[in-house]
Design a protein around this ligand. Structure first.
Ligand SMILES: Cc1cc2nc3c(=O)[nH]c(=O)nc-3n(C[C@H](O)[C@H](O)[C@H](O)COP(=O)(O)OP(=O)(O)OC[C@H]3O[C@@H](n4cnc5c(N)ncnc54)[C@H](O)[C@@H]3O)c2cc1C
Length: 598
């Protein structure tokens, strides 16, 4: 309960986004986007509200103690505006290499800097090298007690506005990963003339963001700027990306909430053929499916965020499947909602301040940066052998998985030393799927869930068994065949289904609302997943999706976040005066008593 109250308090402090005069309103964000102007005032507001504390681990002086909570806060910012979430959240991404690989003293110093308002960037990409980090050309050459940095980093979020930059640089000759190191470059301490900014590029989405570059010319940095031992730059980067890729899900979840809210609002307002658009079964189905897909993406994101604490050694797999599945699912979802909005999805100003087309444009970048879609699928392909062995053994870290999937379970502190480049055990989440299916079948036998739901779960298990047989037949090669990417995508569907099963099973006790009772949202989620595996399946889903559309409307009417554990948003009437969340409209009905005990 406390965690949700804190989130609601943060959301409330951001103000009602539908209030056109508000500092962080939809209208203001649209205006800034049209002017391609950096949202400086809104970022300052987030600083004043203490968001940077969520970027600094508690052990280094900040307030980041739960990756789930941090994800939810960024999601709340992102549901208003992705430009702001990406521009402000960059400080977390830029700092992670130090949290993961730096000394305690270096991390505490940076922590104090971030709490004081410093903006930190991540400098990996170069003009000639996108995903190919090993090809990095920027160099750091020993000079006296420190280093001289030379070369250009480009397409860097906040390269110009930022104060510090974690830079991946070549510190030795040779092609291997040990030739690269990470350095924390403090621009405020560089002599004039030793660096120059490249102008911000104009972008299709997040138009106000500072996506620019920086060129170093014999820029002197002290020995203490190196993050971890010299030669560990690639290892630290890959470990840091496991955290940042997981957290990127918050951006997609926020975008999905925003797009779905606009789509539902339109369907409720718009009339044609003498009735409301919402009354057309096909329109209702689009909305219910979008809602389901959002809940599936949420389930995987929440389990992954909690896994940072409890299944840390599996994060190389978990982060890759989240970074593929969540942005890809939300991109599809936004596209389908765009069809529902028709012409209004195309307007830049006249309908809802043109926010729909802005969300659609802005969100496209989430699948591109921080490891694009194919890079993440490739990361899964590299581990097919381990994933197959884990599934065949049926091995899983049961305690870690249960803690990741149970909202009320306390989370242990994140242990950076438990991060590994390869998941030795595979994925406990996917490997638990057969056991979840058995549990659901037993519950169907006891009349707790519909037999059809358990039947769908069983069909998904068969598809996942078959998938693992195909993964086993894959032979690693330098030229990864296109078919392997298809298999990796299917693996992410298996993980999403497993996350839904886990989340419903571990949190169902005591929940009486329509969304949870009888497994309604799980039923819809499994239908959607099964259809991914078997697109030609006959459509018998109307009743389930109609009921789910009812839950969606209920959360909308109550001004709640679209979620399996909803809470009131700032636009919910009377939230500011509400003494506690229990009184919030619709909350008890939608989330059930188990939530109230949190
Ligand atoms: C708005 C924005 C903000 C950014 N912010 C930052 C930042 O703060 N810091 C930073 O360091 N970088 C940043 N980037 C850069 C971003 O991380 C890179 O764009 C990204 O890594 C991909 O690089 P690329 O677009 O140059 O494409 P490339 O990696 O060169 O890819 C080109 C094509 O090759 C495909 N491809 C790549 N790898 C594989 C593979 N293994 N198998 C099959 N196909 C593959 C890609 O899918 C793509 O189709 C940002 C980019 C944008 C657009």
């Amino acid at each position: 309960m406390r965690a949700l109250s804190e989130l609601a308090a943060f959301e409330c402090a951001l103000g009602d986004p539908t209030d056109r005069g508000g500092a962080f309103s939809f209208a203001r964000c649209a205006e800034l986007d049209r002017a391609e102007e950096f949202p400086a005032d809104i970022c300052r507001l987030l600083d004043e509200l203490g968001l940077p504390r969520q970027y600094v681990p508690a052990e280094f002086g900040g307030g980041l103690a739960s990756y789930e909570q941090a994800m939810q806060r960024i999601r709340l910012v992102a549901r208003r505006d992705l430009t702001v979430a990406i521009a402000h959240g960059k400080t977390y991404l830029g700092s992670v290499p130090v949290w993961v690989g730096g000394s305690a003293a270096q991390a505490c110093r940076l922590g104090a800097d971030v709490l004081g308002g410093a903006v930190v960037s991540l400098g990996l990409t170069e003009p000639e090298h996108g995903s190919d980090l090993l090809a990095s050309d920027v160099t750091a050459t020993p000079a006296g007690a420190g280093w001289l940095v030379d070369g250009e980093k480009w397409l860097i979020n906040n390269a110009t506005r930022g104060d510090l930059l974690a830079v991946l640089a070549r510190t030795a000759d040779g092609a291997g990963p040990r030739a690269l190191s990470l350095l924390l470059v403090d621009k405020r301490r560089l002599p004039a003339g030793s660096f120059q900014h490249s102008p911000a590029v104009r972008t299709h989405g997040i138009r106000g963001a500072d996506i620019s570059g920086i060129t170093f010319t014999a820029a002197p940095v002290p020995a203490g700027a190196v993050i971890g031992p010299v030669g560990t730059g690639v290892e630290t980067t890959l470990k840091a990306l496991q955290l940042t890729r997981t957290m990127c899900a918050a951006l997609s979840l926020g975008a999905a909430d925003h797009a779905l809210r606009l789509g539902l609002r339109f369907a409720l307002e718009h009339r044609l053929y003498d009735r409301g658009l919402i009354d057309l079964p096909h329109a209702r189905r689009i909305l219910a499916e979008a809602y389901t897909d959002l809940l599936v993406a949420e389930a995987l994101s929440l389990v992954a965020a909690r896994s940072v604490h409890t299944l840390t050694g599996e994060l190389s797999v978990t982060s890759a499947l989240v970074k593929y599945f969540v942005p890809a699912t939300v991109e599809e979802l936004v596209g389908r909602l765009g069809q529902l909005l028709g012409a209004r999805a195309f307007f830049t100003g006249t309908y809802a301040d043109g926010m729909f087309q802005k969300v659609e444009r802005d969100h496209r970048v989430v699948g591109i940066f921080d490891g694009n879609t194919l890079v993440n699928l490739n990361a899964l392909i590299n581990q097919f052998g381990r994933l197959v062995r884990g599934y065949r053994d049926g091995s899983a870290d049961q305690a870690g998985l249960a803690a990741a999937a149970t909202f009320t379970a306390p989370l242990p502190a994140f242990d950076r030393d438990a991060l590994t480049l390869l998941a030795r055990r595979g994925s406990s989440l996917v490997q638990s799927l057969p056991a979840c299916v058995d549990e659901l079948q037993a519950l169907a036998g006891a009349g707790v869930v519909p037999a059809e739901l358990a039947g769908h779960a069983k069909q998904i298990r068969e598809a996942v068994d078959d998938l693992h047989a195909r993964l086993a037949a894959h032979r690693p090669s330098r030229d990864v065949p296109a078919a392997a990417f298809t298999l990796a995508k299917r693996y992410t569907w298996a993980a999403a289904a497993a996350a839904c099963m886990q989340l419903w099973l571990r949190n169902r006790a005591g929940r009486t609302g329509e969304l949870w009772a009888g497994g309604l949202w799980l039923d819809a989620a499994l239908r959607r997943t099964l259809r991914r595996f078997q697109p030609a399946l006959p459509d018998t889903d109307d009743a389930v999706f109609d009921r789910l559309a009812g839950c969606l409307r209920q959360q909308y009417a109550a001004g709640q976040l679209f979620s399996v554990q909803p809470f009131p948003l700032a636009e919910a009437a009377g939230l500011a005066e509400a003494p506690g969340l229990a009184e919030a409209p619709g909350l008890a009905e939608a989330s059930g008593p188990a939530e109230a005990s949190r």
